[in-house]
Design a protein around this ligand. Structure first.
Ligand code: ADP
Ligand code: MG
Length: 214
């Protein structure tokens, strides 16, 4: 299988080529078609297996395919447990958006709150965030999630282990509407808290689990 087998925009394929990436990993092969079909997804595979592109590519494609760009709310929110992980995902996202007209920003704990409020007022299409800080901006009405199309939770098990369940629920409720799609990635699906929050956040999810023990 090749990335050209997915219906991905030429610009995304070009960026992948520049990144030296040509063959999808197993999780990408399985997750991308489900995400592109608009279904909710709960997926797990081991570290280093390429989960980031498994959600960034369908997220980018969804933006590119979306005609109505009039709404100013962010379309895609990606949540991660730590600044380091969020920064890694953000840098891959930056490579993908560089070739398009879309704007991305990161909203991380420990960085300047007012600068983040300013960045949010510029109506980014993509927001990469840690849950605590994003929930703070929600409370201050610096961000509205009424137009959110895609919510992605990466390393969901770690977010829950770090005590972010309440913030995840707040973000979920602020973005609670019928059109929203949710993708959840976790090192394991065999985690009681992950399953509990999945019931609340995901609608009839497909399950993909790659690798031993799952
Ligand atoms: P995970 O989130 O599953 O731990 P990452 O998404 O961080 O894994 O990817 C790990 C590394 O593999 C990154 O450096 C990424 O650029 C690279 N990578 C991702 N997809 C592919 C691919 N299809 N072919 C080759 N390398 C890839
Ligand atoms: Mg990852």
């Amino acid at each position: 299988m090749q990335f050209t087998d997915f219906s991905l925009d030429q610009r995304l394929l070009q960026t992948l080529k520049h990144m030296g990436i040509d063959t999808p990993t197993e999780i990408q092969e399985q997750a991308i078609p489900i995400a592109q079909a608009g279904k909710d997804l709960m997926a797990s595979s081991k570290t280093g297996s390429g989960k980031t592109l498994a959600f960034l590519l369908p997220a980018m494609q969804r933006m590119i395919s979306c005609r109505a760009l009039s709404k100013r709310d962010p379309r895609v929110v990606i949540l991660l447990p730590t600044r380091e992980l969020a920064t890694q995902v953000y840098s891959q996202l930056r490579l993908l958006v560089a070739n398009t007209q879309y704007k991305a920003t990161k909203i991380l704990g420990g960085e300047n709150f007012n600068d983040q409020a300013k960045a949010l007022s510029r109506d980014p299409h993509f927001v990469v965030a840690t849950p605590g800080r994003l929930a703070d901006h929600l409370k201050q009405h610096h961000i509205h999630l009424n137009g959110l199309e895609l919510l992605i939770l990466d390393e969901a098990d770690r977010m829950l282990d770090l005590g972010f369940a309440e913030q995840l629920k707040q973000i979920n409720q602020a973005a609670d509407h019928k059109r929203r799609q949710t993708l959840m990635f976790s090192a394991t699906l065999d985690h009681g808290d992950v399953n509990e929050i999945a019931v609340e956040l995901l609608k009839s999810p497909e399950h993909v689990s790659i690798g031993a023990g799952n």
